[in-house]
Write a protein that binds this ligand. Structure first.
Ligand code: NAD
Length: 318
């Protein structure tokens, strides 16, 4: 584990970036973020150029300075511009979550900008976007990087919300590679190898899908696993598992599963980015102060409508 520093170890903020409480704001500058005992409070959003991340940043930006992060520079610039246009105090930081040094640089920037109070980790890729290895490296190893960096930054009242998936709830218990999961903190490279091997065990056509389900099952497990370490700092960590949502990723997967899943949903439709963003932002706020070490499934009642038989049919692509 690399969680060695604490909130008090935040580097001093340069005077030029401080936002004095109550200071008048020129009409042309964004609304200043809230201050906590004179310090600006900061929310970090990964996958910030994506559907869920951008919608969540819009809500968190009412209370905090937003450090918006994504691997895609052009999309990130556009998302930051839109937040600033809405009067939000936002800054973009390009970061590849699969790269630990890149994640450390992101958190270094966030901690220099103020007191980090919230992280919503929405960056991820879906089965159509890459091989089993790419999916495991981004969704699972990336979540280890973000969670460990968040733990190092966590102080009293802090919250990390990791975005998992309904897919993580559909892995049969016998197939959960708990021995690989146990390596996450001590040997992330071996963890990655073992998870990729587990995903690659089945027929070729299903490997990326398996990697996605396993990586999201891991996100749920890891958020629960580290709740005690966050709790020791007066901080919280949890995961939120979306069903099918109307974002670039959700629509990309429509033909290969997400569309079929919706047929089982109590609400019989995709969720909107704002509907999931409201939940993510609430979980990351100080309001649910006793909510930690758990997962919230937000799927329009999809899981409730699935029987074992329908899950097998879905897994076979029927
Ligand atoms: N949309 C859905 O139906 C759905 C369902 C279940 C779970 N999810 C999960 O929700 C999260 C958000 O998804 P979304 O629907 O907003 O998708 P999206 O594709 O709109 O956004 C995902 C963002 O992650 C970024 N990203 C990808 N790889 C990255 C990397 N290596 N480093 C940093 N950023 C990276 C992308 O550039 C993109 O902007 C994802 O983790 C996804 O797996 C989505």
């Amino acid at each position: 584990m690399t969680a060695s520093s604490d909130q008090s170890a935040h580097p001093a903020q340069p005077a030029s970036t401080l936002t004095p409480a109550g200071a008048p704001t020129p009409a042309s500058t964004p609304t200043p973020a809230a201050t906590d005992a004179g310090r600006t409070t900061v929310a970090v959003v990964t996958g910030g150029a994506g559907g869920m991340g951008a919608a969540t940043a819009r809500i968190l930006g009412r209370e905090h300075r937003v450090i918006l992060s994504d691997v895609h520079q052009e999309h990130l610039d556009q998302a930051v511009k839109e937040l600033q246009g809405a009067g939000i105090d936002a800054e973009g930081v390009v970061c590849d979550i699969a790269d630990r040094a890149s994640v450390d640089a992101l958190f270094g920037r966030a901690r220099a900008a103020g007191r980090v109070m919230a992280v919503v980790h929405a960056a991820g890729v879906s089965p159509s976007m890459g091989s089993a290895e790419t999916i495991v490296r981004i969704n699972a190893l990336g979540t280890i990087h973000i969670t460990q960096a968040a733990l190092a930054a966590a102080g009293e009242g802090f919250a990390l919300v990791n975005v998992a998936s309904i897919a993580g709830h559909m892995v049969p218990r016998l197939l959960v590679p708990t021995r690989a999961y146990a390596l996450a903190d001590t040997d992330p490279a071996a963890f990655t190898r073992k998870l990729v091997a587990a995903a690659n065990r089945g027929p070729k056509a299903g490997r990326a899908g398996s990697a996605y389900s396993l990586s999201k099952n891991f996100v749920i497990w890891y958020s629960r696993h580290l709740a005690g370490a966050f709790g020791a700092r007066g901080a919280r960590v949890l995961s939120v598992s979306p069903g099918s949502f109307d974002t670039t990723m959700g629509r990309l997967e429509e033909a290969s599963g997400a569309g079929k899943l919706v047929e089982y949903a109590a609400l019989r439709r995709f969720g909107t980015p704002t509907e999931i963003a409201e939940l993510l932002a609430f979980c990351a706020s100080g309001k649910p102060g006793y909510l930690t070490g758990t997962d919230i499934l937000c799927d329009g009642g999809t899981r409730a409508g699935l029987t074992l038989r329908s899950m097998i049919a879905l897994a076979r692509g029927q």
